[in-house]
Design a protein. Sequence first.
Length: 327
Amino acid sequence: MIKTKENLLLRPKTTYSLLKILTGSDLSRRRLPFMSVSSPNPGPVVWLTACTHGDEVGGMVVIQEIFKKMQRSLLRGTINAFPLMNPIGFENLSRNITFSREDLNRSFPGDSKGSLGERIAHQIFSKITDTNPSLLLDLHSDWKQSIPYALLDKRPVGISKNVYVFLRNICRKSGFYIIEDADEIRSSLTHNLLRHNIPAVTFELGESFVVNEEVIQYGIQAILNILVELQMVTSTLQKISYPLHALVNRKQILKYSDKPFCTKSGIIRFLARPGDLIQRNQPVLKIYNAFGKLQETITAEATSVVLGNADTAVAFPGMRAMAFGIN
């Protein structure tokens, strides 16, 4: 097609900018990258956020790849993104904000006069809510040995039923296992958006620290599926879903659990892998002492899908070693 002024005007518009978060002692500015792509046609406003925890880097790559596709493929609406919400933690290979040792995802909705984490959270939260978003997808990473899944917040009191029904449908379109969190994390980004009746959900996308290319592709595919559902892109961009276990209903919502905890010290040997479907009372790991003597066998509390195994082989009493989606 011949490029004309009219054709160029009809293309999605992409902008890149930086949001100042603080000035360092050397007078250098620390800033958050902000990305936006808008179609000339009105539609939903979708937010993508990643790297709230500085060691969870995969989501940043997913956002970069989505924006490459949207520069030509976005039919209507706007996609905004904070691909690197914790640059200080990222540069120091740390989950937390290194200066203050705060967990940014335990600092929302933030406070303009609060701690460093609360001040950064306040700027992020204000920027997002000012756009009246239709949906936010918060991209995280889990244990090194884990599968991708959609993590729904435990439903906050007072949230609109329609918002939660919409979110469940969005999670189903992702193609991932749908897991409802066991606890209410009141200081997370998604919880506070839900309290404002803004649909928000977390995607756990594999391991921290490194870019797992296979999981990245599943993350990209999940977001494309959702954008197709929102009629923001053509259905030809829809991809396959993550392969779920045949005995688990794709529409079913599983309950998150990290129990039972270890009760002995020693070295862990796992008997089940992420993605396995296990039965109640099935052995899932064993703990041995330094002489190789069996100290404990841990069994599943219910029929479950294994979501992930701990990053370490060292066991201590009270330690969580596996995560499950309970059927």
